[in-house]
Design a protein around this ligand. Structure first.
Ligand code: FES
Length: 82
């Protein structure tokens, strides 16, 4: 059994994105180059990306970059406590 550890805090603020219809992989480890979307940087860790699906029409989303949210991939304000 591996020791649980916290993800890397990429930034203590969210980032807003308007995303076209499609599937997206939100970075949960905080190690990706842009801190928002998975680029495979979690390799070798226990973290996995969170898949989000945008259907019907483009959506504007406020995406967590601190990786402490309880509503991944969306910011829930947890970054305020960092
Ligand atoms: S940026 Fe992570 S909860 Fe706001």
């Amino acid at each position: 059994m591996s020791t649980p550890y916290l993800p890397h805090c990429f930034a203590a603020s969210p980032e807003e994105h308007t995303l076209p219809v499609g599937n997206y992989a939100w970075c949960s480890c905080g190690l990706s180059a842009d801190g928002v979307f998975c680029d495979g940087a979690h390799k070798g860790t226990t973290f996995r990306p969170t898949i989000m699906k945008i259907t019907d029409q483009p959506e504007t989303c406020t995406l967590c970059r601190c990786k402490r949210t309880n509503t991944a991939p969306f910011c829930d304000g947890s970054h305020i406590n960092l």
